[in-house]
Design a protein around this ligand. Structure first.
Ligand code: ADE
Length: 225
């Protein structure tokens, strides 16, 4: 899988992409991440990438020209399953969307800034608009890193034990049950007896019950879907 990220701040991705599981996925060539600085595609001699909005209102708008130039170039090189725009007014990111996107061959992610991009970019290039929550970040970079991370860990071969993604919270519409490790007794705080029983069937039933109860208590909305 290949992820092309279009951004004004490529260095913001250095941390998230150079550690842990995402780093290993890149090293194993299970994913290729390419960062493109939109500023490199402006023909303006001052390297300007934004302009004043036609309508009144404070804030600048990202211009169509440099964005169109980089998208056209990438599209001429390969097919993209999705061209995603990170924006607080997009559809809310969910595990279901991460699952779908992890099956893609190539995706492009455009990170917005200022008051957003010229609407014509959204109308003519973007195939999916994603928000990571009802709050406004300084730009789409952190959101794009979140979405990329959620997708990359689902690519087959990325997690060492593939079942660990299947048992994640949300995969079955429920939160995960609590987990414990040794010691069985820490200063009198005990691990639930059933987990020490060695009875796999009993443990499985306990986990299902816990997952359901936890979801009902913490995220009743998930049970309504
Ligand atoms: N850009 C700014 N805020 C955002 C958010 N909440 N989700 C996605 N992209 C964003």
């Amino acid at each position: 899988m290949r992820i092309d990220i279009l951004t004004l701040f490529p260095e913001m991705f250095q941390g998230p992409f150079s550690e842990s599981i995402v780093r290993r996925a890149t090293e194993k060539k299970l994913v290729e991440i390419e960062l493109h600085n939109i500023r490199d595609y402006t023909l303006d001699k001052h390297k300007k990438v934004d302009d004043y909005p036609y309508s009144s209102g404070a804030g600048m708008v990202m211009s169509i020209e440099p964005i169109a130039r980089v998208i056209d170039k990438l599209k001429s090189e390969r097919h993209y399953d999705h061209i995603i725009y990170m924006t607080p007014d997009g559809q809310q990111f969910k595990q279901r969307i991460a699952n779908t996107l992890s099956l893609s061959g190539n995706i492009m992610i455009l990170c917005g800034h200022y008051k957003g991009v010229d609407q014509r970019v959204r109308d003519h290039y973007i195939t999916m608009e994603i928000s990571i929550g009802d709050f406004v970040l300084t730009g789409g970079e952190l959101a794009a890193a979140v979405v990329s991370d959620a997708i990359i860990r689902l690519i087959p071969g990325v997690l060492s034990d593939e079942t660990s993604a299947l048992t994640d919270s949300f995969q079955d519409g429920l939160l995960s049950p609590p987990v414990y490790t040794r010691p069985a007794d820490y200063n009198g705080w005990k691990v639930p007896e059933v987990l020490l029983s060695g009875n796999d069937k009993l443990i499985e039933t306990w986990k299902e019950q816990q997952a359901y109860e936890r979801t009902k208590r913490l995220r009743p909305d998930l049970l309504e879907d």
